[in-house]
Design a protein around this ligand. Structure first.
Ligand code: DQA
Length: 141
């Protein structure tokens, strides 16, 4: 079983990007943590990041066709993109929505998600440990 871990815009800048909000762990740390947890959980993991919405939509189409489970941090697209939602809606395997920060404790525009109602689970505010929890959950489903 392969779990796709897909990250949207600005997440490649973790560690330098607003560390007071997103922590000091870098994107490379995030990838390492996902790979370590996947190994423990006995699944394969493929961790990717893009700042291009079309690329993200293509990855979601590929995951739908492959029947892969997805951990998705869509970043700002979470709050804006019907197109990313429509692509994620096509997934056959479970989707887990992850946010490093607790979006519900932040600006009002971050309280709306186009993904939460189509996700099997939502993890917010746990930093990169949220990805670990999501991968462990998907490994058991
Ligand atoms: C985020 C929260 C979003 O509101 C924001 O646009 C991001 C990161 C998070 O992981 O906390 O880019 O998805």
């Amino acid at each position: 079983m392969t779990v796709l871990v897909l990250n949207g815009p600005n997440l490649g800048r973790l560690g330098v990007r607003e560390p007071d909000v997103y922590g000091t762990a870098t994107y490379a740390d995030l990838v390492d943590r996902c790979e370590a947890v996947a190994k423990e959980a006995g699944v394969e993991v493929d961790v990717r990041q893009t700042d291009a919405e079309a690329e993200m939509i293509g990855w979601l189409h590929d995951a739908a066709d492959a029947g892969s489970a997805v951990v998705l941090n869509a970043g700002a697209w979470t709050h804006t993109s019907v197109a990313v939602r429509d692509a994620a809606s096509q997934l056959a395997a479970p989707l887990v929505e992850v946010h490093l920060s607790n979006v519900h404790a932040r600006e009002a525009f971050r309280h709306t998600s186009y993904l939460s109602d189509i996700a099997a689970a939502v993890v917010v505010g746990m930093g990169i440990e949220g990805y670990a929890a999501a991968i462990r959950f998907l490994a058991t489903t």
